[in-house]
Ligand binder design. Sequence first.
Ligand code: MRU
Length: 383
Amino acid sequence: MKIDGKAWRTIWLEEGAQQGGDAIGVIDQTLLPHRFTTRTLTSCDQAAEAIRTMVVRGAPLIGVTGAYGLMLALQADPSDVALAVAFEQLNATRPTAVNLRWALERVRDRVAPLPPAERAAAAKAEAAAIAEEDVAMCEAIGEHGLRLFQELAAARPAERRDQPFNVLTHCNAGWIATVDWGTALAPIYKAHRAGLAIHVWVDETRPRNQGASLTAWELAREGVPHTVIVDNAGGHLMQHGQVDAVIVGTDRTTRRGDVCNKIGTYLKALAAHDNGVPFYVALPASTIDWTIDDGVAEIPIEARSAAEVTHIQGRAADGAITSVQLIPDGSSGFNPAFDVTPARLVTALITERGVAAASEAGLRGVYGTDPGSTAGCAIAQLC
Ligand code: MRU
């Protein structure tokens, strides 16, 4: 996507940027929306730290960063031991988004059988392939979601068809959560470019405010009409007919279609269900965990620092980016970063292969019975 007229991706290879190897460039998301800066990652340690501290974030982007992190590790030391240590280091950074494990396993499985001297080059090729596939999958999600939005907009009662199509989203599942396009925001960008009058309600998404800081920033850059709301406003808007559809991303989707996403997503799904508002989840194949069924019982939920709850970051009047305390001295905070929305509350999953029911049958219907091969098929299938 473009920033001030220049096309960007969230992550890129800086070939030959250091003695004996490459580096990775990323957009630093911790300073957005107030400051746009990039960082160069030159080691596996730095890649792991960037994921852990959310310089990069969003399930697909975490996966691609992990893949390039393994490449950096192997450029420094291609031994079996170094590969195993780097894999564990990167995999431990953020436990909920399954794309990370998926991408790391894909690179490891590709390079492990090779002689050490060939591993770094193979890791580089595999990481680049994962990045390109992510772009293709997200764009395909956008196309499928666009058609769905057009149908929903046209099916509205006649008296509402001259209103913008109102979509509510939670957290940031836009292009900066992926390599490009995004998952939940890809259909919104496609719809806006196709001329559908669309307006987005952006949940601020406490505690880290990925909605207010990142989704709003992205939508503003693309000129998509949007309004930031507090997380508690969605139910009220749905009760008053101001939301035509909810669309969110996901960090892990189980075989039966349970969806784990940013904390607060479940409450939006409950409100949508109660008000008859369709609730969609956009996801690439890399976000599906085919090994588990019950998301509530089986998905590890990342507990982040309570400081993200007790404090908030913003821009002061003098332009400085600063953090202020919100709660009384002596009170404590608790910060589960994700929750699980059961499949029964999900109207449909929008995948790169099409729109599927949130069930094992629905997912098998688009991915077939050999899910192990799905990621590699994404481009051939759709692009
Ligand atoms: O903690 P974050 O900011 O990495 O969480 C991101 C989300 O929850 C996104 O909605 C999810 O990763 C889907 S991104 C395409």
